[in-house]
Design a protein around this ligand. Sequence first.
Ligand SMILES: [Zn+2]
Length: 191
Amino acid sequence: MDDSSAYPYRLRQDFLSSAEGAFFRVLQEMVRGRLHICPKVSLQELFFTTRPNENILYANKLQRKHIDFLLLRCDTLKPALAVQLDYPRQADHRQAEGFLDNLCAAAALPLVYVIVRPTYDVPTLAADFAEAMKKVRGENALHHTDFSPICPKCGITMVLRFYKDGPKKGERYYGCLNFPQCQETVEVGTT
Ligand SMILES: [Zn+2]
């Protein structure tokens, strides 16, 4: 057996940055065990290139890049949603985004960008995730119940709705599935 102490490897202490760690905890709160969270998944582990001999340039684009968080369905362990943290002041980050958008669209993987903030409004995030998932309907598509808040009265999943009239017309909110018997709502913030 090799003398491992001679190997020039050490454990990185920045595997998750503080922003990534904070968002990981928010994701945990959102999915509450309904989905698995994989941080920092390499694009090469997640995607492959069709006709690789013709598409070498595209294959190369997958190298040394990762998606910040990948959510897996618990039943099939298949990738269901990609979440990329967005640092608004990092211009070089922007460049990669166009590629990532097109990549995820081509591979039918829903993608959500989340702007890094000191705190997050979970119902707003859940609503954003639900909308991203609506755009992509694949075999691994998630259901709104994978993120939605639980009704405080009934203990069941709430659903994303839109105010049809009144001063909040067009705005999103979560309503109880037992409506109209239960009229609990959860506001979606405008953050
Ligand atoms: Zn209810």
